[in-house]
Design a protein around this ligand. Structure first.
Ligand code: TNX
Length: 486
């Protein structure tokens, strides 16, 4: 038998904050390997044992004194809940963190140090790690094309491996309404039914129970679901279901094309606010996470005055129901509630009031379309995707920094980074994966790794190893020519 290859301790994505290899201290995982864990670490310990079983074929029981130990450590003032320490020595492994979240993050690192199958020798040394930003997200657009809960679960499993900790669900748009709302049944009966989505090819919706189950499943992956109800534009599907939501009350036609900017709720009608408050109250009650996204983008058929009237009334509603409002950065034209978070998507550093909001203490999520929009084509030959924000190669998705995008919005103003994926051209989970992998790994590293430690040539080399890993897990990905895949 040939000697097993030992990975380099830093061969992981995202790159940890501190990696100190000790080549004399490699750990050869023995047949009687076992895992021990504090009660609070039991769930992570079980997952780790399962992964080790799959790789080695060893029984890997849980014991009191395992050669792999998971420990909850004292939190300490400045430690992020997601921080962890991983120590690999000749006689075993210790993974310590202040929280289960931190242990879960450390488990993702450890998992990437394992081979796909066979004998395991873990590289000796110490990793000390913590995220640069608390919010590292991606977004699925369920309105233009609906994805089944099983597909979303599978997606959650994959993104968690790269320490992505927020999944934003774009639940409503002109072409479909994808979440059941108590008291407004036609939203999903009509606008979640057959013939909805782009080209009518993406019908479906989540019942309240299915949504709650998804949120709970995401929590086991330490991922927070961020629900979006897009307002006051992008509402044709709501108006098809309830014509009283238009200004003149006349019925409107369902739309399955990819136009944007033609629909708007009516800022001057009380029905509008009854509807919006019912929806926000319902979504807030179904969502344990701290955020509720109210859209606010591309309201091109709403006058500036109506936009202000509408947003001024609606922006406080997430707070009324215990949530922090996130909105696309257009909302920064309005005076925002104290804790509201603009999500910046522009290509050019145009201000739109976002720098003013940052100066007033607001946190910002960075999602510049020319770098982080996963629905942009990789190159001219990419069969899926759009190109209005340019082509986004793997290198372009990696080689930028969120703290440099907008004057006045620096490191201290950033809650984090998110890579949205719009669904106009996508028809399946395989399509989603093709656009997302590998570029989401670039965004994951930007969100996690200290800026000074990031380097494209290092990332490019580490990324190559994930080709076989994606294949082993049945995950579709784009074999970009920029990467020397094995
Ligand atoms: C812009 S940028 C949109 C979406 C489209 C997307 C396609 C933003 C907040 N909205 O309505 O789906 O472009 O790339």
């Amino acid at each position: 038998m040939h000697a097993p290859t030992v990975k380099h301790l830093g061969d992981v994505i995202p790159l940890p904050a501190s990696v100190r290899p000790d080549p004399g201290a490699d750990f050869r995982v023995p047949a009687d390997v076992s895992v021990s864990a504090a009660p609070a670490a039991a769930a992570v310990a079980d997952e780790l044992a399962e992964v080790l079983r799959e790789v080695t074929g060893f029984p890997v029981p849980r014991t009191e004194e395992g050669s792999i130990r998971l420990e909850i450590e004292a939190a300490g003032e400045a430690r992020s809940p997601e921080s962890y320490r991983l120590a690999i020595a000749a006689d075993g492994v210790t993974l310590g963190a202040p929280t289960e979240q931190g242990l879960f993050a450390g488990f993702q690192t450890l998992r990437q140090l394992l081979p796909l199958k066979g004998e395991v020798v873990l590289p000796g040394g110490r990793i000390e790690d913590a995220p640069r930003f608390a919010y590292r997200g991606t977004m699925l657009d369920l309105a233009r094309h609906f994805y089944q809960p099983a597909d979303i679960r599978s997606y959650l499993d994959t993104i968690a491996q790269f320490k992505i900790n927020h999944l934003h669900l774009h639940l409503t748009d002109d072409q479909g309404w994808r979440l059941e709302i108590d008291g407004w049944p036609r939203l999903t009966e009509v606008s979640g039914g057959e013939g909805t989505g782009i080209d009518g090819a993406g019908p479906g919706f989540l019942t309240a129970q299915e949504y709650a189950d998804l949120v709970a499943y995401a929590a086991t992956r330490h991922i927070t679901i961020v629900p979006e109800i897009d307002l006051p534009g992008h509402v044709n599907a709501a108006q098809v279901a309830y014509p009283e939501l238009t200004c003149d009350g006349e019925p409107v036609q369902p739309r399955t094309d990819a136009e944007v900017g033609y629909s708007s709720l009516c800022a001057g009608k009380e029905e509008t606010y009854t509807f919006v408050e019912d929806v926000i109250r319902t979504v807030a009650a179904l969502t344990p996470g701290p955020y509720l996204h109210i859209g606010g983008d591309e309201a091109l058929s709403t006058t500036a005055e109506d936009y202000r009237t509408f947003m001024t009334r609606v922006l406080p509603l997430p707070g009324k129901y215990g949530k922090r409002a996130i909105g696309w950065h257009e909302m920064a034209a309005v005076d925002l509630p104290q804790d509201a978070i603009p999500q910046y998507w522009r290509i050019e550093p145009t201000d739109d009031g976002v720098a003013r909001a940052a100066a007033a203490g607001h946190q910002v999520i960075m999602s510049p379309a020319d770098r982080s929009y996963l629905d942009m084509k990789y190159d001219e030959s990419t069969p899926l995707g759009l190109d209005w924000a340019g082509l986004v190669s793997v290198e372009r998705s990696y080689d930028w920094d969120p703290a440099d995008r907008l004057p006045g919005v620096g490191e201290e103003s950033l809650l984090g980074v998110e890579a949205p994926l719009w669904s106009e051209t996508l028809r399946s989970l395989a399509d989603v994966e093709f656009m997302v992998f590998p570029r989401l790994l670039a965004i994951a590293e930007i969100g996690w790794t200290p800026r000074a430690a990031r380097d494209w040539s290092s990332f490019r080399e580490r990324l190559a190893e994930f080709g076989p890993r994606f294949e082993a897990q049945g995950i579709n990905y784009h074999r970009s020519a920029e990467i020397d895949w094995p």
